[in-house]
Structure formats: structure tokens, C-alpha cells
Design a protein around this ligand. Structure first.
Ligand SMILES: [Zn+2]
Length: 624
């Protein structure tokens, strides 16, 4: 519940909230029009034609009726730029001229800085060699022959490593670094006999690998034509700066476009990335000699809702596609697969067909589940249609079952429900039947959960409030909204009710925090209080704040709400008493009603849709 505020950042946070005007900040990217007390505009977080995005200048918060996103200026920047709290805070602090408290771990910070400096010096050395009139000419000719422009070369800071064992280690440019530091940076390696160091990269075209902010953290080297070296590509080893399972190439340059399109295309090699950007397809990145990992997806998910894997034609093989299915099941992101026609690589394809054709390939990409199904259907096509289909089905179920069980920590029930629904549409098998098939399969691994257990497990992720809303929820919501707007009313209200009187879980949690804040730190300022809530709680709280804002006579509503809760409490006590009397009278029958298991998938689907809508309603699932 309580999050975001770090001990050293709390003070900065308050200052940032005080000195940033939310209308001015949001007005830079969203066209806002005055409407009554608020400003309204088209929501930047979901697609809409009529404005449901409200910004309150007096209360300094934003809230969208459509997608339910809302919060203060820090929340806005976090969602707009998809950054962590601390980065949003830093950005706003910079803009407001507020100094940030220095981060801890001084020694690590300085070691990191030395490694970063070593990389940028090495990069300068490599770039210098590539532009050398004689020594760099073969490499420049090769780049030109591959179709790379000199502008691309500069943008990506391409370079050349000398055909020598010690060009870097003896270069005057690198003199300020101790060899041990260069070794820690992965730029040199100790000789086996223990006397000195030799260069890691020799006679290779150099592709600097930069983090999402553009700092060079590693290098990738492609072998020069005619070299005897059997390794076509070579990357920096793992260092304190660089872990290849966490970095993707090109993200710093692709980031802006990815956020705009919410889509990232993943190709296989860095030459493909450079070429894609050269053609204007700037939402393209590549992993570094590995398959896409969970960490890659987590990183990309900060910027994109849809990941399109663009496989080389020869590598859209079984394991790569199965891996994509696994990722789809384990992470809340769309995974689509595209493959290029005629056995072309992305850079060949772009050179031959241009940007528009390339974008069309990305747009036409099939989601991972459909791609897998089509692949299997084609493979098992046979003279006997019935047998072929059955074989494809069996294989498909096996793949899904394996992908599900190899997902660390298990598949989220919402995600699994969504997957089964899609599989049902693809194969024509009713989802109840699919559900049965998988339940039987998973039953082999352990005791079967009852429907009640499964639905209980699914509950915590259920967004609240769920329609239809009860009168009670409304009364609780209005009262809490009014309290948040006018915290001075608490002195009176707390004499009549306590957080425990709120029956709705989400409202009760917000009330609990509000009560504690009142007791321990005094009246909470609304937009500061919002920062203490997680996203779901904030969204619910804001909804009621907005409802409460519309109220004409707040005092009457508050009194009515209190009266309602008091009456409810009496009714509840009456019910308990009656039940007690009945129990003592007749204790033979217990009639516990279990939810029918058939309902489970429908519930999951409904919840998935709610979750999706909350996330981003305009991003419709790929139609099947
Ligand atoms: Zn919205």
C-alpha cells in the first residue's frame, strides 16, 4: 500500500509537487481546454475521440474516466515515460531546479564511472581508426558495400578495432586507465602466462552497445571480411556494467519511437538494427547473441505493449516459436511473430523493398499462439485431413502444456484464461473442453485444486470495484471521496466510523491509510496522499474524489452516508443474532454454495478484460 516515497526522496518529492504545475506540465503534451473547474483533453494513455481526461488545477491531479489512470505530476511522468518513481522525480526536480539528494554507495558509483569512461575512450579510439584514411578504408568500403550510410555510422558510433594484439592496451588514449580497470571493463584480457594483457577486440567492426540513456556499456564486434577468425560476432564479456541477458542493442535510439507506437520490433543482429533505423524504422532493437530472455521482455515492456519478433527465415524454428509462446504466457505483453518472405534478412529486405513494406510485415505479424497453430497445421497437413488435424492438435496441446509448466512461478490465471480463450477460437474447441483437458493434464503433477481454491487464488488480481456496485459501496465511496477532498471533515467523521466499517477491501485500505495519516502526520494534502497509494487504489480513490467533487451539499451527503453505515451496522447485528438463534435451534444441515466451475473461465475472461482495459483499452487483442 505504502510505496514510492524513499526516505531521502520524501523531502524532494514534496518540493517537486509544490513547484510543478500539473496543467502546465500536461499541457505541454496534451491539448487541454478549460471546462468548469477542470481542464479536459484527449487521454494520452488510451485512444479516444471525445475527451475523458481531466486535469484539476486546484487539486493538482489528473484522472481519466476512460482508462482510469490518474495521479499527481510524478505519476503522470512515470506513466508517460514509463520510468520508475525515482527517475520521474529526478526529471521533475531538474526541471524545477531542485537538487536531488546524492545516491548512496559512493565507491560503487565511482567504479562504475571509471568503467563508463573507459568505454567512451575506447569508443573514441575505435571511431578514430575507422575514419583513418588508409587503415580504416577496407572497413569503410565494406560498410558502404553493405549499404550503410556515413550518417548511420556516426549515429551508432561504429568503429574499427585494429588488427593487432595490443593497439588498445598501449594506446595513449587509454593511458589514464590501469590495465586491471580495462580488464574489469572487458576491453582487455590477461595473458595466459600472466605477463600483461591483450586486446579483446581485434580486426573487427565495432558496434558500441549503449544503455537506454545512451551510455556505452559494452561493445559488439563483427568479423572483418577475409578474416580467419571463426567467430562471426563477439560481444564484451559480462561486466559490472553489462549483462547480455538484460541489454538490447539500439534501445537508446529506438526508445522514443517505441513509446509513440507502443510497439517494439526485435531483430536478430545489430547490423539489422542499424539498417532499420537508417530506413526510418526506428522502433527496432536486437538482443546480443542470445534468445529473448525474461529480463529483456521486462525491460521492453516498460516502453511497449507489443513485441514483434522478426525472425530470419531459417530460424523461426521450433524452439524460438515455443519460447515466444512461453513469454506470452508469462508476461502481460503481446508477442507477435513475423517472418520475411523469400529467405531475406531484414537488412536485405529493407534495401530491396523499403520502409513501407517493412512496416507492413510488422503490422501483419501473427500473435505467438496463432503463429504456432498455423505452423503445426501446415506441418501436419496430410492426405487424411482428420488425422492431420488431430496430430496438429495433440502437438499444440503438448506445446502449451510444456510452456505453461516451464514458466517460472506458474502462469497467472488471468493470463492462462486469456490464452485458452484464444486457443479455443483458433482450434474451434470449446473453452470448457480445453479447460477440462488441461485440468486433467495438470492433475498428474499434483492434487487438483477445487474451483473455489482456484477462484480464491485469482481474487487478489481482480480489479475493484466490480459492477454492479452496491448501495453500500456507493455510500462508502462518496464518504471517502469527500474526506480526501476536505480532510478537515475527518475530525467529525472519525467519531462515528472507523476504517473497519468500510466493507469494500480497496476503500478500507485507503481509509486505513488516511486515518493513520490523520493521526500521525496531520491532514493529508490530496496530491501527496495519492503518492502513497498503489496504482489500483489510487484509481479507485480518484474516481470517488471526482464523484464527490460533483456533490452540491457535501455536509448532507456525509451525514446521509454516516446514517446509512450506522443503519447497516444495526441490520448486520440483527442478522448475526438471527443466525445465532437459528444455529442453536437446528445445526443438522450446512448449505455451502460452491461457485460452479464452469463459470471460472468466463470470470477469468471478464477479469482479463477489465485488467486490459485498465492497462490500455485501445490496444485491442489481435483479431483472430
Ligand atoms: Zn485514458
Amino acid at each position: 500500500m505504502i510505496g514510492s516515497g524513499t526516505s531521502d526522496g520524501t523531502d524532494t518529492k514534496a518540493r517537486v509537487l509544490q513547484s510543478t504545475d500539473i496543467v502546465e506540465l500536461i499541457g505541454r503534451t496534451v491539448r487541454l481546454k478549460r471546462s468548469g473547474k477542470d481542464f479536459v483533453g484527449l487521454c494520452p494513455f488510451h485512444q479516444e475521440k471525445t475527451p475523458s481526461f481531466h486535469v484539476s488545477p486546484s487539486r493538482q491531479f489528473f484522472h481519466c474516466y476512460g482508462c482510469k489512470k490518474g495521479g499527481n505530476v510524478i505519476d503522470f511522468v512515470m506513466q508517460r515515460d514509463r520510468v520508475e518513481f525515482i527517475d520521474a522525480l529526478r526529471l521533475l526536480a531538474e526541471q524545477a531546479g531542485i537538487p536531488m539528494p546524492a545516491a548512496g554507495q559512493k565507491s560503487n558509483a565511482s567504479e562504475r564511472q571509471v568503467l563508463l569512461d573507459a568505454h567512451s575512450s575506447a569508443c573514441a579510439l575505435f571511431e578514430k581508426l575507422l575514419s583513418h584514411p588508409q587503415l580504416g578504408k577496407p572497413a569503410r568500403d565494406y560498410l558502404a558495400q553493405r549499404g550503410f550510410t556515413s550518417e548511420s555510422t556516426k549515429r551508432f558510433q561504429l568503429g574499427l578495432a585494429s588488427d593487432s594484439w595490443d593497439a588498445l592496451v598501449t594506446s595513449p588514449l587509454m593511458k589514464k586507465f590501469a590495465p586491471a580497470q580495462l580488464a574489469l571493463a572487458g576491453l582487455v584480457k590477461p595473458r595466459e602466462r600472466g605477463d600483461g594483457y591483450y586486446d579483446t577486440f581485434r580486426n573487427r567492426l565495432i558496434f558500441p552497445i549503449r544503455d537506454e540513456s545512451g551510455r556505452i556499456i559494452a561493445f559488439g564486434g563483427r568479423v572483418m571480411p577475409g578474416s580467419e577468425d571463426p567467430a562471426k560476432y563477439l560481444n564484451s564479456p559480462e561486466t559490472p556494467l553489462f549483462s547480455k541477458s538484460r541489454c538490447v542493442f539500439g534501445l537508446d535510439l529506438a526508445r522514443q519511437r517505441i513509446v509513440e507506437t507502443r510497439t517494439v520490433a526485435v531483430v536478430e543482429g545489430y547490423t539489422d538494427v542499424v539498417m532499420a533505423h537508417q530506413f526510418g524504422a526506428s522502433n527496432v532493437v536486437s538482443p546480443l547473441g542470445t534468445a529473448l530472455t525474461e529480463q529483456h521482455v521486462t525491460l521492453l515492456r516498460r516502453f511497449a505493449d507489443r513485441i514483434v519478433l522478426l525472425f530470419d527465415p531459417d530460424s523461426a524454428g521450433e524452439s524460438a516459436v515455443n519460447r515466444a509462446v512461453e513469454i506470452f504466457l508469462s508476461q502481460p505483453v503481446e508477442i507477435a511473430i513475423a517472418s520475411l518472405p523469400d529467405g531475406q534478412d531484414p537488412d536485405e529486405f529493407l534495401l530491396a523493398n523499403g520502409l513501407e513494406a517493412f512496416n507492413k510485415v510488422l503490422a501483419d505479424a501473427a500473435d505467438a499462439l496463432s503463429f504456432k497453430w498455423r505452423q503445426l497445421s501446415r506441418r501436419f497437413e496430410s492426405a487424411n485431413a482428420v488425422t492431420g488435424r488431430q496430430q496438429a492438435l495433440d502437438e499444440y496441446m503438448r506445446t502449451l502444456s510444456q510452456a505453461r509448466s516451464s514458466t517460472a512461478g506458474g502462469v497467472d490465471p488471468l493470463r492462462w484464461g486469456a490464452a485458452l480463450l484464444r486457443v479455443s477460437r483458433l482450434t474451434g474447441i470449446p473453452k470448457e473442453e480445453l479447460n477440462q483437458r488441461f485440468r486433467i493434464k495438470s492433475g498428474k503433477r499434483g492434487p487438483r485444486k477445487t474451483a473455489a481454491q482456484v477462484s480464491a487464488a485469482a481474487k487478489p488480481t481482480m480489479p475493484s470495484p466490480l459492477p454492479p456496485m452496491t448501495a453500500r459501496q456507493k455510500a462508502e465511496g462518496f464518504m471517502l471521496g469527500l474526506l480526501l477532498l476536505e480532510p478537515a471533515r475527518w475530525d467529525d467523521v472519525q467519531q462515528h466510523i472507523a476504517p473497519a466499517d468500510f466493507m469494500d477491501d480497496q476503500l478500507r485500505a485507503v481509509a486505513d491509510l488516511f486515518w493513520r495519516h490523520q493521526r500521525d502526520e496531520g491532514q493529508p494534502e490530496l496530491n501527496e496522499f495519492l503518492s502513497l497509494l498503489d496504482e489500483a487504489a489510487r484509481s479507485v480513490a480518484l474516481e470517488w474524489v471526482r464523484e464527490a467533487q460533483e456533490v452540491e451539499d457535501a455536509a448532507a451527503v456525509m451525514e446521509g452516508g454516516l446514517q446509512y453505515l450506522r443503519d447497516e451496522r444495526h441490520r448486520e447485528e440483527g442478522r448475526k443474532l438471527t443466525a445465532h438463534l437459528q444455529r442453536t435451534g437446528d445445526s443438522s444441515e450446512s448449505s455451502v454454495v460452491k461457485p460452479p466451475s464452469e463459470m471460472l473461465l468466463d470470470d477469468l475472461e471478464a477479469m482479463r478484460q477489465l485488467q486490459d482495459n485498465a492497462r490500455r483499452p485501445d490496444l485491442k487483442r489481435v483479431a483472430l
